[in-house]
Design a protein around this ligand. Structure first.
Ligand SMILES: *Cc1c(COP(=O)(O)O)cnc(C)c1O
Length: 414
C-alpha cells in the first residue's frame, strides 16, 4: 500500500462500528463484561496485549487503539501509545528507559522543555544528563560512557533547524548498548522513517501536523520490539492516558496529512527562497535550501519538508524586530505550529543551544508557513521587512546614541 492510501485506511475498521467510516468517540472508564468467563477473557486479552483489547478507559478504548494502530503503521514501528501532549509522550518514554545511575546524551537544540525535563526532573532521580552539540561538537562516539543508556535526538533541531546524521548516531549508540529516542515531529511519520534509520523510540507531538488544526493537544510514542515492553509498562504504571475527543481530532487530521504537508512544504520552500533574496535577511535556515549546512543529510534521509523554518534578520535591534513582527497580518504571534495558519515567533538561539556554534548576528524568528496563498504570505513579509527598514532609518535619524549602538552591532552582521 502506498502511503496516501495507508493514511486513508490505517486504523479503520468500519465493519466493527455499523459501517461508520470514522471510528466513533468512545467515552469510557468502566467497560462491562457480560459474565465471569467474559471478564476472564478480557483480562487475558489485555495481558496478552492483543490489539484492541479493552478492560478500562485508562488503557484505551477503540478510539485510542485506532489511532495507535495507524501511527505505528505509518512510522514503521512495532506498537504506539498515545499521550495527552507531546511533552507527556517524551517524559514518559524517557522515564521508561532511564534509571538512577544512567547517563543520557541530549542534543543541545532539542525542544527546550525536553531538556528541562531531563535536567530538572530526571537529574533529581540520579540520572546524569549531558548535552551535546550536534553540529560542531566532539564526535558522538567519544561521548559514550559505560552507563550511557539513551541518546535523545531531534532532527532538525527546534529553532536552529540543524540536521543530525541519525543512522550514524544509531550505529554508535547500539555499539555501546544505548537506545536512540527521536523526536520526529518536524519530519512527521511521512517525511522521515525513524525505524528504517535505526531509531528505537520515535515521538510525535501530534499537537502539530497530525492534529493539524491548532485545536487539540496530543503526543504519541512509537516503539520497536525491544523498547515496547519497557515503555508500555511505565506508561501504565504512571497512569498516562489521553481523552477520546482529542484522539478523534487527531485521527481526523491524519486522513488529510499528506495533502496538507505537500502544501506546507511547497509554500514554505517558496517563502524561504524569497526571504533568502531580501537585503534585510542575514540567513534562512531551511533544510531543503541548498545553502543549509545540513542540506545533504536532509536530502539523503528525508523525503520532504514541513512548513517550519527559521530566519535570521540582519538587524540586531529588538525594536526593529518588533516593527517587523507587528507589521505582519497573516503570520500570528504565538507558540506551537503545524496548524493550517501561519505563525512567526522570535527566539534567542543562545538560550536554545550552547550558542558557541551559532554563527549569526541578527535577531532570529521562527516561521510556520500555513495553508494561505504563498503570495499573500510573501506580501505580508514584504510589509514586515519594509516596516523594519523604515524603523531602522527613523532610529538612525532621531537617536544618535542608539544609532551608534546599532552601528556597532551591525559591524559584525556580515
Ligand atoms: C511542540 C513540540 C513538542 C511538545 O508537544 P506538546 O504537545 O506541545 O507537548 C515536542 N517536540 C517538538 C519538536 C515540538 O515542537
Amino acid at each position: 500500500m502506498k502511503e496516501s492510501t495507508q493514511l486513508v485506511c490505517a486504523g479503520r475498521h468500519p465493519e466493527r462500528f455499523g459501517g461508520v467510516v470514522n471510528t466513533p468517540i468512545f467515552r469510557a472508564s468502566t467497560i462491562l463484561a457480560g459474565s465471569m468467563a467474559e471478564w476472564e477473557e478480557m483480562k487475558r486479552a489485555r495481558a496478552a496485549e492483543e490489539p484492541g483489547a479493552t478492560t478500562y478507559g485508562r488503557y484505551g478504548t477503540p478510539t485510542t487503539h485506532a489511532f495507535e494502530e495507524a501511527i505505528a503503521a505509518l512510522e514503521g514501528g512495532y506498537r504506539s501509545l498515545v499521550f495527552p501532549s507531546g511533552l507527556a509522550a517524551i517524559s514518559t518514554a524517557l522515564t521508561a528507559l532511564l534509571s538512577a545511575g544512567d547517563h543520557v546524551l541530549v542534543s543541545d537544540s532539542a525542544y527546550s522543555p525536553t531538556r528541562a525535563f531531563l535536567e530538572r526532573v530526571m537529574a533529581r532521580f540520579g540520572v546524569e544528563v549531558e548535552t551535546y552539540d550536534p553540529v560542531d561538537g566532539k564526535p558522538i562516539e567519544s561521548m559514550f560512557r559505560p552507563n550511557t543508556r539513551v541518546v535523545y535526538v531531534e532532527s532538525p533541531g527546534s529553532e536552529t533547524l540543524d540536521i543530525q546524521d541519525i543512522p550514524a548516531i544509531c550505529a554508535a549508540a547500539h555499539k555501546h548498548g544505548a537506545y536512540v529516542v527521536m523526536d520526529n515531529t518536524w519530519g512527521t511519520p511521512l517525511y522521515f522513517k525513524p525505524f528504517a534509520h535505526g531509531v528505537d523510540v520515535s515521538i510525535q507531538a501530534a499537537t502539530k501536523y497530525i492534529v493539524g488544526h491548532s485545536d487539540a493537544m496530543l503526543g504519541v510514542v512509537t516503539c520497536n520490539r525491544d523498547t515496547w515492553p519497557l515503555v508500555r509498562q511505565t506508561t501504565h504504571d504512571v497512569g498516562q492516558t489521553a481523552g477520546p475527543d482529542d484522539i478523534y481530532l487527531a485521527l481526523r487530521g491524519l486522513r488529510t496529512l499528506a495533502v496538507r504537508l505537500q502544501r506546507h512544504w511547497q509554500s514554505g520552500l517558496h517563502v524561504a527562497q524569497w526571504l533568502e533574496r531580501q537585503p534585510q535577511v542575514e540567513a534562512v535556515l531551511h533544510p531543503a535550501l541548498p545553502s543549509h549546512p545540513g542540506h545533504a543529510l536532509w536530502k539523503r534521509d528525508f523525503t520532504g519538508a514541513c512548513g517550519l523554518f527559521s530566519v535570521v534578520l540582519r538587524t540586531n535591534a529588538k525594536a526593529s524586530l518588533a516593527a517587523f513582527i507587528d507589521a505582519l497580518e497573516h503570520f500570528g504571534l504565538g507558540v506551537s505550529w503545524g496548524g493550517y495558519e501561519s505563525l512567526a515567533i522570535p527566539f534567542t538561539p543562545g538560550k536554545g543551544c550552547t550558542g558557541s556554534r551559532w554563527p549569526y548576528h541578527g535577531q532570529a524568528v521562527r516561521l510556520h508557513v500555513g495553508l494561505e496563498d504563498p503570495q499573500d504570505l510573501i506580501d505580508d513579509l514584504q510589509r514586515g521587512l519594509q516596516a523594519l527598514s523604515m524603523h531602522e532609518s527613523l532610529t538612525e535619524k532621531t537617536d544618535k546614541a542608539e544609532n551608534e549602538d546599532a552601528g556597532a552591532e551591525q559591524v559584525c552582521a556580515t
